[in-house]
Design a protein around this ligand. Structure first.
Ligand code: ADP
Ligand code: MG
Length: 603
């Protein structure tokens, strides 16, 4: 789920110590330019490049910069660890030599996970489960889409999971705990000093307990006095196990807090990351209007809670209140705002009301739409809550009050960021991947049918044209043409009336184009037939102004005529996820930098 950008590199070892790295290089022959890459134990997301030259070892830290790029201090920035190593294999540019020979990780040796690597997934799951009340598949989907927003937040509270963390206990209680049982040198615990929330490290040496204050600088990094700085408390502790860094000795055995290691951490509140505590240098917490570490996430405070409790299928008319407000209208139905009364209170709903009740065909169509929706359960797909057959046939759905994506973007051009659009389109790709897995074809994916619950939360809607395929079918063949959204359709839909998840991928490309054009109309001046000719002649929609290159290349891939060359949603989602992760890492880093700068200004 959390993909380490170096995971694919055969010379990446993960979280190994400097000593271990040197052992590997020795075993591999110590030739000049022999190198390997390992995880940095100090900074989140950083690496260390270990190189041999002249029978000596050289270790270069690679920092993940605030803008999401990677560089060796003082060197050029690169977009990833792979690109960085590639660069230094051609040009030493300040290193002792070029990288000549990768020291390959033996095939039977897995990448060594760091302390946090093995906790992260569970912590993310716990967070999503507890915060949004999700389980199973739905939780997994939410974890995938929210990981980049949450990872850093979670990393900063990971120490609460460690057996050596004793929480808020007085100094004397710390001593008592360390003195009980055997007292080997290095036995230690970390406690919250209570007053102003700073941390202290207490350790045994020669049967005496020593206390050290853990310092926290203005940018939120932790260290021992004059020592190396770390992004998190647990990284500091891991490091002190290897090096004393000013202590009387290295940390040894953890004095256990007696709780199981995977106890529930307190969930980080939205301000925690930047809520810096007063430190001895008189540093004051930033004012309340600083950017929050955790902006409200899609699922916060929405219809998202316990969606299953709500699904009732046959809704009694007396439970529904229809509002006069019309949210939208089509040929056969209009969508109205309404309220559904449940045992737990009232919830806002959107109600699709059939206009022409006498028309049986139309009624059948709506029943089919309901049948499809009833089978779907995904955070990024509008949920059907039930049907109500009263004065009209009514399809009751959860409310997506911020409306269709195209209108939203057109109306909020100035405030919606690129990051926001990438996030939303990633959510759509997660929903579409789910449909692909369940063998449903949507057939009307377009920005008008992506509805927003709020500016950061998208759901796919309008299953009026959707079809469920049988297990042995790879496409749906339509018998008649009908009123089709031709501009969103792949060539095989129009020429052969063949619809598959791959043709939905084509539509996804057009939807992406609409999104990055802030609700622009695709193939503006062209009519249906002209669009077909345009596409057949090999031409494609142009890259929208300001649209990231990576996103436009994905659109072009979605518009491959040959099905083999067109990615499936599994690939599309992966690609969107990587972009989403890197864009949000960049902007989070930017926010952190801004907060740090602001903090500097207030102190
Ligand atoms: P049609 O087949 O007529 O396009 P849609 O299902 O797309 O029907 O709904 C038409 C319009 O109604 C949408 O564009 C949207 O503005 C509004 N609408 C539909 N479903 C919802 C919903 N769940 N929440 C809010 N608005 C909705
Ligand atoms: Mg529609």
């Amino acid at each position: 789920m959390s993909i380490d950008p170096a995971a694919e590199l055969p010379f990446f070892y993960g979280s190994i110590s400097r000593f271990d790295a040197e052992q590997c290089l020795k075993l591999a022959g110590m030739s000049d330019g022999l190198f390997l890459l390992r995880q940095c134990l100090r900074s989140l997301g950083g690496y260390v490049l270990s190189v041999v030259w002249n029978l000596n070892f050289h270790h270069y830290s690679i920092e993940r910069q605030l803008n999401g790029t990677y560089c060796i201090v003082g060197g050029k920035a690169h977009c990833g660890p792979a690109e960085l190593c590639e660069y230094y294999s051609k040009d030493p540019d300040g290193l002792v030599c070029t990288l000549r020979k990768p020291c390959l990780r033996p095939p039977e040796t897995p990448i060594r996970l760091g302390v946090f690597d093995s906790l992260r997934d569970n912590m993310l799951r716990d967070y999503v489960r507890q915060t949004w009340n999700l389980q199973g598949d739905e939780m997994e989907q939410a974890v995938i889409s929210q990981a980049p927003n949450l990872e850093r937040l979670i990393a900063t509270t990971a120490h609460e999971r460690m057996s050596w963390y004793h929480g808020k206990i007085p100094r004397q209680e710390g001593e008592r705990r360390l003195y009980s049982g055997v007292q080997p040198d290095g036995k230690f615990l970390v406690r919250d000093r209570g007053e102003a929330g700073t941390f202290a490290l207490s350790m045994v040496y020669g049967k005496t307990v020593y206390h050290y204050q853990i310092l926290e600088d203005k940018s939120g990094k932790y260290s021992m006095p004059e020592g190396t700085k770390f992004d998190t408390i647990w990284q500091l502790v891991e490091y002190l196990k290897l090096k004393p860094d000013g202590l009387v000795t290295c940390l040894g055995e953890a004095c256990s807090n007696g709780k199981s290691v995977d106890k529930k951490p307190s969930l980080p509140g939205s301000r925690q990351l930047f809520q810096k505590r007063a430190d001895p240098n008189g540093y004051a917490p930033p004012p309340a209007d600083l950017p929050t570490a955790r902006d409200p996430l899609p699922m916060d405070d929405s219809t998202y809670h316990n969606p299953h409790e709500l699904k009732m299928f046959n809704i009694k008319r007396s439970k529904l209140v229809l509002d006069e407000v019309e949210l939208g209208s089509g040929n056969f139905a209009c969508v109205k705002k309404g309220v559904l009364k449940t045992d737990k209170g009232q919830i806002d709903v959107a109600i699709k009301v059939l206009k022409n009740e006498n028309h049986n065909l139309v009624k059948d169509e709506m029943m089919r739409e309901a049948e499809i929706m009833y089978q779907l359960s995904n955070p990024y797909i509008v949920r059907m809550l039930g049907l109500c057959d009263a004065e009209n046939l009514m399809l009751v759905m959860e409310m997506a009050s911020a409306g269709p994506l195209n209108k939203f973007l057109a109306n909020n051009r100035d405030t919606v960021t690129e990051e926001n659009i990438v996030d939303l389109m990633h959510q759509v790709s997660v929903g579409m991947k789910y449909l692909e897995e369940k063998n449903f074809v949507h057939r009307d994916l377009a920005a008008r049918n992506v509805l927003l619950v709020k500016p950061h939360y998208a759901k796919i809607s309008d299953f009026g044209l959707s079809k469920a395929l049988n297990a042995d079918e790879s496409y749906y063949k339509s018998r008649s043409g009908g009123k089709w959204p031709l501009k969103w359709y792949a060539p095989e839909c129009i020429s052969h009336r063949k619809f598959s998840s791959k043709s939905d991928v084509w539509s996804f490309g057009v939807t992406m184009w609409e999104a990055f054009s802030y609700g622009g109309k695709p193939y503006k001046k062209l009519k249906g037939q002209e669009v077909m000719d345009f596409v057949k002649s090999g031409q494609r929609l142009e890259c929208p102004v300001g649209c990231p290159e990576r996103m436009y290349s994905l659109m072009l891939e979605c518009w491959s005529v040959e099905l083999d060359k067109r990615p499936d949603f599994k690939k599309v989602e992966e690609s969107m996820r990587l972009s989403h992760f890197s864009v949000s890492a960049r902007s989070q880093a930017g926010e952190a930098a801004a907060a740090a700068a602001d903090a500097q200004a207030v102190s």
